[in-house]
Ligand binder design. Structure first.
Ligand code: MTE
Length: 320
């Protein structure tokens, strides 16, 4: 437990932490490491043992997707995580070597109270909510995932952003010993993403610690990632170790590599095509593969009510 946290963790969170530890202890003692109900048959032998994550119903009812939840198997075997290779199967096959405990997340930059959180601190910092979000990849597939976490704004409020802070950068782990993909010259490492501070403070932006009732499997960005559901998937950085508040717009991995293809904003927008392919429709993972019915993509991935005001008056073709 880092000392920074001692003064800011409310008692209810400590109680939740105790419950989590008791549950996790009982689960590992009995050899039971599975999540609830329907997931009990699922096996991911190449990831670390997974324990169920306690959660409370999300207050963000408007953010819950009415769509069908993507099967766990599809969501965890078809991934983008270039640190482990460029093919969709690479993360599932190669990410098991990533050591996710101990893990620390540093929150720094233009803040009054920089803090370092152990992963246990993050799991108990605020009540974990289940948020069923759509996430759409710029490549044209999408999925519906029951994520577990809480609004990033809670963590950012605790470090007290300074008046000059305008942006938030997210920096992923880069460990050449366990990440064979770091040899790939197509991206600058570590993987970096960024948001405007008001985007990061929007309650939809989720500091994500689990999915499907469990901690995150490595290929999905264990032990902590960001999920920004109204933006293309690449904005949702995995396995992050640093969050840095800055005055200037931070460089981001895909934008730095191909600025004409990947803008800083990258809001899901069916009217603004990627130079090499249309963004008007999408296929859901797990719903018939290449033959899946194509769905119409919605502006801001369907979260316009929650986030539209962030872009009032902005030319979304210019700021794509
Ligand atoms: N984060 C890191 N560190 N490295 C990556 O290669 N890929 C991004 C994003 N986060 C990526 C990353 C892309 S392109 C997408 S579409 C999403 O993760 C995919 O998330 P998923 O595999 O959980 O579907």
């Amino acid at each position: 437990m880092s000392r920074d946290l001692l003064n800011i963790t409310p008692e209810s969170v400590w109680l939740q932490r105790r419950k989590w530890l008791q549950w996790a202890g009982a689960a590992s003692a009995s050899g039971l490491v599975m999540g609830p109900g329907a997931l009990a048959q699922t096996r991911t032998p190449q990831v670390q043992p997974i324990v169920a994550m306690p959660s409370v119903p999300s207050a963000l009812a408007g953010a819950q997707a009415s769509d069908k939840v993507t099967p766990w198997k599809d969501a965890t075997t078809y991934n983008n995580f270039y640190e482990f290779g460029t093919s969709k199967e690479d993360p599932y096959e190669k990410a098991h070597g990533l050591i996710t405990e101990p893990w620390q997340l540093r929150v720094e930059g233009l803040v009054n109270k920089p803090m370092t959180f152990d992963i246990d601190d993050l799991r108990t910092f605020a009540p974990i909510e289940e948020r069923i979000y759509r996430l759409r990849c710029v490549e044209g597939w999408s999925m519906v995932i029951p994520w577990l976490g809480y609004s990033l704004s809670k963590l950012l409020a605790a470090v007290e952003p300074q008046g000059s802070a305008k942006y938030v950068a997210f920096i992923s782990k880069a460990d050449p010993n366990v990440m064979p993909g770091l040899g790939y010259a197509g991206l600058d490492w570590p993987y970096t993403e960024g948001l405007r501070l008001d985007e990061a403070m929007n309650p939809l932006t989720l500091l994500t610690l689990g999915m499907y009732g469990k901690t995150l499997p490595n290929q999905s960005g264990a032990p902590v990632r960001i999920v920004v559901p109204w933006k293309y998937g690449f904005k949702s950085a995995k396995s992050i170790v640093t969050i840095r508040l800055t005055e200037k717009q931070p460089p981001t991995a895909w934008n730095a590599t191909a600025p004409q293809e990947y803008g800083f904003y990258s809001n899901v927008n069916p009217d603004v095509n990627h130079p090499r392919w249309s963004q008007a429709t999408e296929r859901r993972l797990g719903e018939g593969g290449l033959f899946a019915k194509r769905l119409k993509t919605k502006l801001f991935n369907g979260y316009e009510d929650e986030v539209g005001q962030l872009y009032a008056g902005m030319d979304l073709r210019r700021y794509f």
